[in-house]
Design a protein around this ligand. Structure first.
Ligand SMILES: NC(=[NH2+])NCCC[C@H](N)C(=O)O
Length: 428
């Protein structure tokens, strides 16, 4: 594990005095990315709670870890710096005061399962070295872990069949969703599903207290105390001037509008926020499950999100003379709206599964549209989506495939499993 000093003194950051966050596109050469290696939290998935924990099956831990390591190696081999969430959290919680504060916060947000046992749990968690403590918090605490002798209240002795004091967080390897880098700042997200709401607390602590970020001017465009939900899988940075955000099962119109107004107010470069309405269903939970950018003028799309003539509801928000109101205009065709906001005369939408009814819904289910661009025209995808991958190649993309039999069981692909921290700017 790297020590704090190693990370802080990452040569590139010091040499170039780069801002710790810089993401002004979906496709600019990726320099630094945040991942989370799936850990014991995945083994705390049981059939009774799968749905609530947002999984469709239980991944086999050694294989999901092997596949994830392969993903990380693939990125490193392309010169990308890989940061791990779990390591950053350990480095962040470098003193006892902060550890206590963090545990108080996490226990408060864990609500029902803690069920009054916060004091015992706090002592239990603090009894571990920091890295084991962080691992426990992420993977969950079983009731049977707390010694009988530490139990003081009647309810603590009861067998209520619910096994956890602290729920596991098996979705943590989808680092894309709890926060999103936009320009030199970040949105730290109020997440929609109770199973994921605690996840963005890790990012809040990292930004506030990790030496790599604390002390730098990192604007928080929207924070997790906002009352309406938004998730990073819906936040796509199309260019320095345009952000697209899905209005989805997870992301509300109210959060999009607030984020847009904050960006217009505080980041001069943002001119337009494009709200793309998608069906609200499990398979299409975020915009990036049905639509991603792969090159300057190319996108993947799941055909099922469009009506017969390619019609969809797209709203363009722009700065208005009044600070608290955006100018909003409606468009009914995504392709045309994208050409307009990106100033392009031609733009290609590459259909997932080639548009074949069966292949496209099968490959979309396994994240065939969820590509991670690591440079313009260079994408990382799951190997299992061979029809979509071939089609991307036919459109001139370099497609780097990763193994995906267990990773895909959590319903997320390479874009969801990665949170870009630094990308090179696109020079027009
Ligand atoms: N950006 C994404 N598409 N993320 C996928 C997250 C999948 C995760 N199981 C969830 O339901 O939240």
């Amino acid at each position: 594990m790297s020590s704090i000093t190693e990370i802080v003194s990452t040569p590139e950051i010091q040499k170039n005095r780069m801002h710790p966050i810089n993401v002004t596109s979906e496709i600019g050469t990726l320099k630094t990315v945040l991942l989370k290696r799936p850990g014991k939290e995945v083994e705390n998935l049981v059939p009774e709670y799968l749905q609530r924990l947002l999984f469709d099956d239980i991944p086999y831990l050694p294989v999901i870890q092997r596949e994830h390591d392969y993903f990380a190696e693939t990125l490193k081999n392309r010169g990308i710096e890989v940061l791990y969430l779990e390591k950053l959290v350990v480095e962040t919680l470098s003193n006892q005061e902060l550890r206590k504060q963090f545990i108080d916060d996490i226990l408060r947000e864990s609500q029902a399962n803690v069920n009054g046992a916060a004091k015992v749990l706090k002592e239990y968690l603090l009894s571990f070295p920091t890295s084991a403590m962080v691992e426990k918090i992420m993977s969950g605490v079983l009731k049977r872990e707390i010694e009988k002798s530490k139990k003081t209240h009647l309810y603590e002795f009861m067998e209520d069949h619910y096994p956890f004091y602290l729920d596991p967080m098996p979705n943590l390897y989808f680092t894309r969703d709890p926060a999103a880098s936009i320009g030199n700042g970040i949105s730290i997200n109020k997440m929609r599903e109770p199973a994921r709401q605690r996840e963005s607390l890790f990012m809040e602590y990292i930004i506030n207290y990790h030496p790599r970020f604390a002390g730098h001017d990192v604007p928080v465009w929207l924070d997790r105390s906002f009352s309406f939900s938004i998730e990073g899988g819906d936040e796509l940075i199309l260019s320095k001037e345009v952000v697209a955000i899905g209005v989805s099962e997870r992301t509300s119109a109210k959060a999009i509008e607030r984020l847009a107004l904050n960006l217009f107010k505080r980041q001069d470069s943002t001119k337009k926020v494009v709200a793309v309405e998608i069906p609200k269903c499990r398979a299409f939970m975020h915009l990036d499950t049905v639509f991603t950018m792969v090159d300057h003028d190319k996108f993947t799309i799941h055909p099922a999100i469009q009506g017969p003539q390619g019609n969809m509801n797209v709203y363009i928000l722009e700065k208005s003379p009044e600070a608290e109101i955006a100018t909003i205009s409606h468009r009914s065709n995504l392709q045309e709206a994208l050409k307009e906001v990106l100033g392009l005369s031609e733009l290609v939408l590459i259909p997932c599964g080639g548009g074949d009814e069966i292949a496209s819904s099968r490959e979309q289910w396994n994240d065939g549209s969820n590509t991670l661009a690591i440079a313009p025209g260079v994408v990382v995808t799951y190997d299992r989506n061979y029809i979509s991958n071939d089609l991307l190649r036919q459109h001139g993309m370099e497609v780097i495939e990763i193994t995906s039999s267990e990773l895909s069981r959590g319903r997320g692909g390479p874009r969801c499993m990665s949170m870009p921290i630094v990308r090179e700017d696109i020079i027009n």
